[in-house]
Ligand binder design. Structure first.
Ligand SMILES: *Cc1c(COP(=O)(O)O)cnc(C)c1O
Length: 360
């Protein structure tokens, strides 16, 4: 048996995969496969509407927000956000490579103020005690730093519209959406396969002159108040990843919703972090208070560095997949997203304990 700890794309609920396979064969009893239907068939419009409804329900999204399903990945939002929201200046919190990439794209389009950065310690913590400039058009944060295993655990107050890249922790914990003006992310870390990007945007922050932006860039292109059947269907939507996302969200709902995911995630993360802290062979890389519930980063402890390859081999033989750390941190990273079962985390912990005994 394989235990999938990949950082992205990731393990998805079996139910969502099975339902997708069935839909590819025969979509909603039409006798035609999902990949072969028109996105204007009523059955598909229903999937789009229900997917949007699931997002609103699971995250308790207030009135006045739109939920969009777009192409291009989170990386496309790195420039879509400033193009839609920046007039004179934007503020960025730099907590990792993704945050930095987002900031660099904004810099090409206007003035950027870096409010704080954890670059000085290879992004192993989340900066605190900074002041958000009140003259910025928005403040951009990355709530979970996938590569470094740090996470912002609170929905902060911001004097200017708060924009968050939640690619790698969306739906992993309850979020007070009303604190954010815009939330975006690639689906492939927690809510589906690669190929669809979610954008949750408060409509009243979209104030640029109509027609001034390239059509596809303007978020307003992707919703239609007169005819909601056009929502996220200005052009052909990525039907396959949206369908798997739809089934993944149904699975989230059936398993206690976001609150249920959070409880399970806390349990899984505690199990693994406790072992890292207890086992003398390993040490965590992120500051304890900023540790991510999604990406658990650790390395061999001092004096045991030379055992890294041996542990990797040992873990691989025991069925662990995708635990190699990102090259900028080294060591190991276990990504334990929503669909990663507790049994997989237990198996990894058992592996670490056995390895300890072998080297006692
Ligand atoms: C993976 C990731 C991205 C990049 O997403 P793409 O959809 O591949 O562009 C951006 N931000 C964060 C936090 C990520 O984890």
């Amino acid at each position: 048996m394989k235990h999938n700890f990949n950082a992205g794309p990731v393990v998805l609920p079996k139910e969502a995969i099975e339902a997708t396979i069935n839909a590819i064969r025969d979509f909603a009893g039409t006798g035609i496969g999902l990949l072969e239907i028109s996105h204007r068939t009523p059955g598909w419009e229903k999937v789009m509407a229900e997917t949007e409804q699931l997002w609103k329900e699971l995250l308790n999204i207030p009135e006045g927000y739109r939920v969009l399903f777009l192409g291009g990945g989170a990386s496309t939002q790195f420039y879509n956000v400033p193009m839609n929201l920046m007039n004179t200046k934007a503020a960025y919190l730099v907590t990792g490579v993704w945050a930095k990439k987002a900031m660099q794209e904004a810099k090409k389009l206007g003035n950027v103020e870096i409010v704080a950065s954890s670059d000085d310690k290879n992004f192993n913590y989340v900066p605190k005690g900074y002041t958000i400039p009140t003259d910025a058009d928005y403040f951009h944060i990355t709530t979970n730093n996938t590569i470094y295993g740090t996470e912002i655990h609170v929905d902060m107050d911001s004097p200017v519209p708060l924009v968050a890249d939640m690619s790698s922790d969306i739906m992993s914990r309850p979020v007070d959406v009303s604190k954010y003006a815009l939330i975006y992310g690639g689906a492939q870390k927690n809510v589906g396969p690669a190929g669809v990007t979610f954008v949750i945007v408060r409509e009243d922050i979209l104030k640029k002159e109509k027609g001034s932006l390239p059509t596809m860039v303007d978020y307003r292109t992707h919703f239609d108040n007169a005819d909601p059947r056009n929502n996220s269907m200005f052009n052909t939507p990525p039907v396959l990843p949206i369908y798997t996302m739809y089934e993944t969200l149904k699975w989230v709902k059936a398993n206690g919703g976001v609150e249920g995911m959070y409880k399970k995630n806390v349990e899984k993360a505690a199990l693994l972090y406790n072992e890292i802290d207890r086992n003398p062979l390993f040490i965590g890389t992120a500051e304890k208070e900023d540790r991510s519930l999604m990406n658990v980063c650790f390395v061999m402890n001092k004096g045991h560095e030379e055992k890294e390859e041996a542990f990797m081999d040992f873990a691989k033989k025991a069925g662990m997949v995708g635990i190699k750390g990102h090259r900028s941190v080294g060591g190991f990273r276990a990504s334990i997203y929503n669909a990663c079962p507790l049994e997989s985390v237990q198996a990894l912990v058992a592996c670490m304990q056995e390895f300890e005994k072998m080297h006692a």
